[in-house]
Design a protein around this ligand. Structure first.
Ligand code: FE2
Length: 179
């Protein structure tokens, strides 16, 4: 289940209802897909083949199509990051710059973990720490970045309106300090 940490106040928000209510107040969609739906060998497994990626999409087909229909997403795929990912460190450095997109950034975590750091409407930056089953949509034009947790591995379903819309636009924010 996702945990929120508000950076300025160090307030921690836990529990599905509270997390959902907070994210709703920030216009960030959050939902939960049953992580135990996955075949056992894909649970907690971030080293997956292309066939296994397809299996993840089949497992969550109903959830994916429901979300896509509600939000207008047209394409989806699966991304896996782990210690074998070429240039993981430089990739993470690139990820960890505050940026925006011209469409929502949607991730459903199916294994591993990671955080979105998002600029809230009125609370400054907050971290959304995600684990398997957590589904988030960072709204269009909202400054954010993604980072892995200390386990440094994740598998996520991504949904797009247009994969071209995923281009990152750097957001220079003097108010942002990483910690
Ligand atoms: Fe992004």
């Amino acid at each position: 289940m996702a945990t929120i940490v508000i950076r300025d106040t160090e307030e921690i928000i836990k529990g599905q209802e509270k997390v959902q209510a907070f994210l709703e107040s920030q216009e960030v969609l959050y939902e939960h897909w049953d992580p135990t739906k996955l075949p056992a060998q894909l649970q907690d497994n971030c080293h997956i083949t292309d066939d296994e990626k397809a299996q993840i999409l089949t497992t969550y087909d109903e959830d994916i199509r429901s979300l896509a229909e509600r939000r207008g997403y047209k394409n989806w795929d699966v991304i896996a990051l782990n210690e074998n990912t070429p240039d993981l460190d430089s990739l993470l450095k690139k990820f960890e710059q505050v940026h925006t997109h011209t469409e929502d950034e949607v991730r459903a975590i199916t294994a591993g973990s990671g955080s979105f750091v998002i600029k809230g409407a009125d609370v400054g930056y907050f971290d959304v720490q995600l684990e398997p089953g957590d589904v988030i949509s960072v709204p269009v034009d909202t400054p954010h970045f993604f980072t892995l947790s200390s386990e440094r591995q994740v598998v996520a379903v991504r949904l797009f309106i247009d994969p071209e819309g995923w281009v990152a636009h750097k957001f220079n924010d003097p108010a942002f300090t990483s910690n």
